[in-house]
Write a protein that binds this ligand. Structure first.
Ligand SMILES: Nc1ncnc2c1ncn2[C@@H]1O[C@H](COP(=O)(O)OP(=O)(O)OP(=O)(O)O)[C@@H](O)[C@H]1O
Ligand SMILES: Nc1nc2c(c(=O)[nH]1)N[C@H]1C(S)=C(S)[C@@H](COP(=O)(O)O)O[C@H]1N2
Length: 205
């Protein structure tokens, strides 16, 4: 695939990969990519564009999609959905670790903590996050569970009826992570997700 063109220095290039045997074979309609796209539309104040893939639970296909999105398309951030459980065909974490240059265990730990506030089966997700570094750039790759509602739950966290944040979502840490790996400066809509950066890293307007 060809390289995405960054139209603005702050534009975030996002790769979205939905991994599901049944959605990819047309048994049901994929809700993973639409849910991810909707969440980014609501959360990001910065410009962004995406490249997407819908593939079955096959390790080689997953690795190939991740490598293409990072190395060829030039994505800064890649999110997968599906294939993180214990079933025989769930191999997304293995494929993600196989293309990693660094592991980021905090994301997986925090995602399971958040998800436990929603479902007791959160511990069944083996989701991981990693950095893939190439000669000219780096990307953060994160696994989300396949259940479409888990996308908003893990990225955004848990809020009470008044909108007060009870558990921060993992996306709060993503903008600063992208800063640290040399990507664009991402800004979010605070009502959806308040990004945290150390004071010294906040860009002066
Ligand atoms: N891409 C998707 N689009 C819509 N719904 C999905 C998708 N992936 C998962 N789901 C829903 O979440 C449930 C749990 O997801 P899970 O990844 O365990 O599916 P699965 O049983 O492994 O099958 P498959 O790999 O074919 O999606 C599924 O039964 C389905 O209802
Ligand atoms: N936030 C959240 N996390 C969740 C879920 C969910 O509904 N919401 N489902 C769990 C279930 S039922 C499973 S089996 C694991 C793995 O799902 P996957 O194989 O679809 O990736 O994610 C878990 N994590």
């Amino acid at each position: 695939m060809s390289r995405l063109t960054r139209n603005d220095p702050d534009e975030l290039l996002i790769g979205l990969v939905s991994i599901s045997d049944r959605a990819s074979s047309g048994v049901y309609e994929d809700q993973g990519i639409p849910a991810l796209r909707d969440w980014f539309s609501s959360a990001l104040a910065s410009p962004w564009q995406m490249a997407t893939r819908l593939i079955p639970d096959e390790r080689a296909r997953i690795e190939q999609a991740l490598i293409e999105l990072v190395d060829e398309a030039g994505c800064d951030l890649v999110l997968t959905t599906g294939g993180t459980g214990p079933a025989r065909r769930d191999v997304t974490p293995e494929a993600t670790l196989a293309v990693a240059t660094k592991e980021m265990p905090g994301f997986g730990e925090q995602m399971r903590q958040i998800s436990l506030r929603f479902v007791p089966t959160a511990i069944l997700s083996r989701q991981v996050a990693v950095i893939r570094e190439t000669a000219d750039h780096a990307a953060l790759i994160m696994n989300l569970p396949g259940q479409p509602k888990s996308i908003k739950e893990t990225l955004e966290g848990l809020k009470d009826a008044e909108g007060k944040q009870l558990v921060p979502g993992i996306f709060a840490a993503v903008p600063y992570c992208i800063d640290l790996i040399g990507g664009p400066y991402i800004e979010t809509h605070e009502a959806v997700c308040k990004a945290f950066r150390p004071k010294s890293a906040i860009r002066q307007k």
